[in-house]
Design a protein around this ligand. Structure first.
Ligand code: 0CN
Ligand code: SF4
Length: 335
């Protein structure tokens, strides 16, 4: 905080949402990059940001990770890590063609959706994906599907359609409404997804739903926790990077409770003017935002006069994911 308002004092109390911050998939993805660096030495290439957090990405970059958008930026024979958000079948095939040694940091809960999509396709269904256009997870999940061709090998259907809103559902045209299923991105707003699913079920009464909820446990728990916290707050601060879908959803959840809310990548974005006249400030963090950044925000608020810090009670998460076997079994190449 560099503005002159930095000296403004507050008497607000702070409440912290629970659970908040890192989920099991993010923990695992970061460990995969760290272990690869440890075992094989720098550089280790990572396709896309391994998780959508600037602090995490900068930290791994400083240790020797190189983040790329496309595999053709990586020299043949190098090591590549696929991000937590998953990749399409085409990207996997390209990695193989280019002779890259790949380690997969795709969250197992994203992989679960990929497997669901493959099964639905094997059952001859078309699929509707509910998600945000351009998000890497959506590209990866939609990229599990091969298009339908006619006898002349012309594409008659892409096999998977993307919708974001009930208005998109209204526009949609599918081949056979009775052989249709849907999946979702793992980090959607629970409430928004429910309205899209309702629109799908109304338009296509025979649509097949996924076996279990695709929106992951971490997304659900963090949204529930922010909803609960925001009820008693007059200001909510969400720690997360701008490209983090789940962090943005937490920010929206707070706003939809009618509370003034901001998302900050780190403490330097905090503005003293937000605190004027506020009595209770709620703080939470997206699934890719490290707790150290939350601590810095809390310290700054205390520096400005906030005294009470209350940890709200919430669901205790005990999910832990195994590391990829090909990584744990790999011999160290460092001398
Ligand atoms: O912020 P993230 O890296 O990703 P999105 O919320 O943008 O999907 O958090 C980890 C989530 C996953 C997969
Ligand atoms: Fe996995 Fe959910 Fe975390 Fe994404 S937010 S990495 S899907 S646990």
């Amino acid at each position: 905080m560099t503005d002159s308002k930095a000296s403004m004092q507050t008497s607000a109390d702070i409440v912290l949402a629970n659970p908040r911050g890192f989920c099991a998939g993010v923990d695992r993805a970061i460990i995969i990059v760290e272990q690869a660096l440890e075992k094989f030495g720098a550089p280790i290439y990572v396709r896309n940001e391994v998780v959508h957090n600037k602090f995490v990405v900068d930290g791994l970059r400083a240790k020797g990770a190189i983040f790329v958008q496309h595999l053709d930026e990586i020299p043949a024979g190098s090591t590549v890590i696929f991000s937590a958000h998953g990749v399409s079948k085409a990207v996997r095939a390209e990695a193989e063609e280019r002779g890259l040694i790949a380690y997969d940091a795709t969250c197992p809960l994203v992989t679960k959706v990929h497997i669901e999509v493959a099964k639905m396709r094997d059952a001859g269904m078309e699929i509707i994906m509910i998600g945000h256009k351009g998000h890497p997870e959506v590209e990866g999940t939609m990229g599990q599907v091969e298009a339908d061709h006619d006898e002349d090998d012309e594409v008659v259907s892409t096999g998977i359609y993307l919708v974001e809103t009930p208005a998109d559902v209204a526009q949609l045209k599918v081949k056979n409404p009775d052989k249709l299923s849907f999946v979702t991105q793992t980090t959607l707003s629970m409430d928004d997804a429910a309205t899209v699913i309702e629109a799908l079920k109304t338009k296509y009464p025979n649509i097949h739903a996924p076996k279990s909820e695709d929106i992951c446990y971490a997304t659900q728990n963090r949204q529930d926790a922010v909803k609960l916290m925001a009820k008693d707050c007059d200001l909510v601060i969400i720690v997360g990077s701008p490209n983090s879908s789940n962090s943005n959803r937490l920010w929206e959840v707070a706003q939809k409770q009618g509370v003034e809310a901001y998302m900050v990548d780190n403490v330097s974005y905090l503005q003293a003017s937000w605190l004027v006249g506020k009595k209770k400030v709620g703080v939470s963090a997206g699934a890719s935002a490290p707790e150290v950044l939350v601590k810095e925000v809390v310290s700054q608020l205390q520096h400005m006069g906030a005294k009470q810090v209350e940890e709200l009670r919430g669901v205790i998460e005990s999910v832990v994911f195994q590391l990829p076997k090909n990584l744990t079994a790999a011999e160290s190449k460092k001398t």
